[in-house]
Design a protein around this ligand. Structure first.
Ligand SMILES: [Zn+2]
Length: 179
């Protein structure tokens, strides 16, 4: 890693520690040329592939802003949205693939959102699954009711099962990047 102070092309790692529950590694580095120290953060890149084929880094902020629209006027606070985004990220990362279709990210949102607020879930699902008739809503509501009847806590709602992910041929399972 190049020294940000003197641009010396090399540096020495003096300390490494995990942060954000193992999601990140922070390295303290020392420049052999000018002796100054700096920190680098290493994180496995998780790319979301949009329908257009364009990829962009997974972003909890984007998850939150998407879900927040569906939560307008609902008793869902920012903390709950942050937890939801974290759960979505964990579900998506658990697939072990470095690239995830945006459609699958949407699927991973549905489960946690349904637990959080059923009205917001219906709004989100209606756009996401592009309901085009009252029957679509009726079916979804019937499914919600059926789950509710199963138990006092509303039944367990699971994140849609991810198929065993296999990375594309030749692709590393996790791409490392530094920033
Ligand atoms: Zn330096």
């Amino acid at each position: 890693m190049r020294c940000p102070y003197c641009r010396h092309p090399d540096s020495r790692v003096v300390d490494s520690r995990e942060a954000d529950d193992g999601q990140l590694i922070r390295r303290r580095r020392s420049c052999p040329e000018c002796g100054r120290r700096f920190t680098t953060v290493e994180e496995a890149v998780l790319a979301v592939v949009k329908r257009s084929g364009v990829t962009e880094p997974f972003s909890r902020t984007k998850i939150i802003s998407g879900v927040r629209k569906a939560c307008q006027g609902r008793p869902v606070d920012d903390d709950a949205l942050a937890v939801l985004a974290q759960r979505v990220e964990e579900a998506v990362r658990a697939r072990g693939a470095a690239e995830v279709p945006s459609h699958d990210v949407g699927l991973a949102i549905l489960g946690p959102l349904r637990e959080l607020d059923e009205v917001a879930f219906l709004r989100f699902a209606s756009v996401y699954k592009s309901y085009d008739s009252l029957e679509d809503f009726e079916q979804e509501i019937a499914a919600l009711r059926a789950d509710r009847a199963e138990g006092p806590t509303g039944g367990s709602v699971s994140v849609p099962a991810a198929p065993a992910a296999t990375p594309p041929e030749g692709a590393p399972r996790v791409a490392a990047a530094t920033r």
